[in-house]
Each structure stands twice: as C-alpha cells, then as structure tokens.
Design a protein around this ligand. Structure first.
Ligand code: MG
Length: 235
C-alpha cells in the first residue's frame, strides 16, 4: 500500500524479512481478509474531539486530548465487543450498552460527570455517520486491483453492525465479498472464530488466504486461524 509500511508474518514464524517480499516466499493467495479501522478506514478527527464536542452540547466540559490519552487503555481493558444469541433490536441494544459503558469508563477516568444516556446514544449515532470517517487514499485502487486479479476479499473487524452501513456509505461494500464484525460473530480478534467465519463466507481454506491488518490482534488472530498475516503501519 502506498502510504503504509508493510511487515509480512507467516503463520509459523514471527520473522520479518523486508528484503524478501512475501510474494517470493509465500504461495499466491486466493483471497484476502482485511481489518477495517487503521487499515481501510480511519476517523477524520480523534475520538476525544468527538466526545468533547458532543459533551459540550450537554454542558459537560471534558478535554479532548485527555480523552484521547485514556481511551486506548479503556478499550484495551474492555470485554470483547461480541455477543451470542442476540439478533436485531436485542443486538443493537447490546452494542449501544457496550459503547455506553466505554464512554462512561472514559469519563470516569477523567473524573468528569457521568455521561447521560442521551449523550451515550448521541455518540453511538455520531460514529455511524460516514462523514466522521475517511478511506485511506490507496484503498479503493488496491481493492479494485485485487478483485481484477481474481482475489476474494472480506473484512474482519472488531466492530459492531454500524460498520455495514459505514462501508456502504464510504462506497467500499461493492468491492467486498463479505464483512464479518465481531459483535455479530460472537467473538473478536484475536479469537480465530471471526476469521473462520470469513473463510467460510469466501469458501476458501486458511492456507489460501492472507490477512492484512495493523494491530497485535490482527497478527495473533490470523496466526490462531492459520493464516499468513501482513501487518501495515500507516505513516
Ligand atoms: Mg485496525
């Protein structure tokens, strides 16, 4: 990818050999699994900026940079964004509750007033808006090229069902054969289950597919599922 550093990692080794591109060592894949946030798409402004702006509308002052400083830790300590046995409205309620809890934990970490249910729901809806997101500039060309080369493509993301609408509005859905989100899958990366669901959707075996992502969860999950993994670092 044009603006990404690439590290290739096979299923059985952590070795990275940048001087030897993966295509010369690995058999050509028949499909690719792709992480979403940080790989295909990103927020246009920081989480803290959005939280602070919507909180201010309700008379709560919180510092955007302070939110950004604690948000990663809040997410890292959260239970998996994954639910089993829930559909439709019950799943939506669980997704809203999960994010509401993260918002509350973030505010608590800053000793800010407890966010109202109204603010929690407003923030949930805010991040469902396509205009809050951008597609990295190399993505559409890459996806088109891979499709023209005959590769099947699926997204595997630790996200909720808002991602389906976002990918459609960001005009990426038509370039993808499947989208697996953790909230529906019942497990989140690094659990191998979401990868298995994506392989099933593409009707491909693990040995035929590479995963492309940007986080330790991508690498660990891909390895657990028996896939080769290409980690990118956006610069
Ligand atoms: Mg990511």
């Amino acid at each position: 990818m044009a603006d990404a550093l690439v590290t290739a990692v096979g299923p059985a080794t952590m070795q990275s050999t940048p001087s030897s591109p993966p295509a010369t060592r690995w058999p050509r894949p028949k499909g690719l699994l792709l992480d979403a946030m940080g790989t295909l798409i990103d927020l246009r402004q920081s989480v803290g900026s959005s939280y602070a702006a919507l909180a201010q509308e309700q008379g709560i002052s919180v510092d955007a940079e302070a939110i950004d400083a604690v948000f990663g830790q809040v997410l890292s300590q959260a239970p998996a964004l994954a639910f089993t046995g829930l559909e439709a409205e019950a799943l939506l309620a669980a997704e809203r509750q999960w994010w509401g809890d993260r918002i509350a934990e973030t505010f608590a970490a800053l000793e800010a007033p407890e966010p109202s249910q109204e603010l929690r729901l407003a923030l949930f809806d805010h991040f469902a808006e396509a205009e809050q997101w951008r597609v990295f500039p190399d993505v559409v060309e890459q996806l088109r090229g891979w499709r023209e080369a005959g590769l099947k493509l699926a997204v595997v993301s630790n996200f909720d069902r808002r991602l389906h609408g976002l990918l459609a509005q960001l005009e990426l859905s038509h370039l993808l054969d499947a989208v697996v989100v953790s909230s529906e899958a019942g497990a989140a990366k690094p659990d191998p289950h979401p990868f298995a669901l994506a392989l099933n959707a593409l009707d491909l075996e693990a040995a035929e597919v590479w995963h492309v992502g940007d986080s330790p969860e991508d690498l660990a999950g891909a390895r657990a599922a028996g896939l080769r993994c290409v980690l990118i670092e956006r610069i």
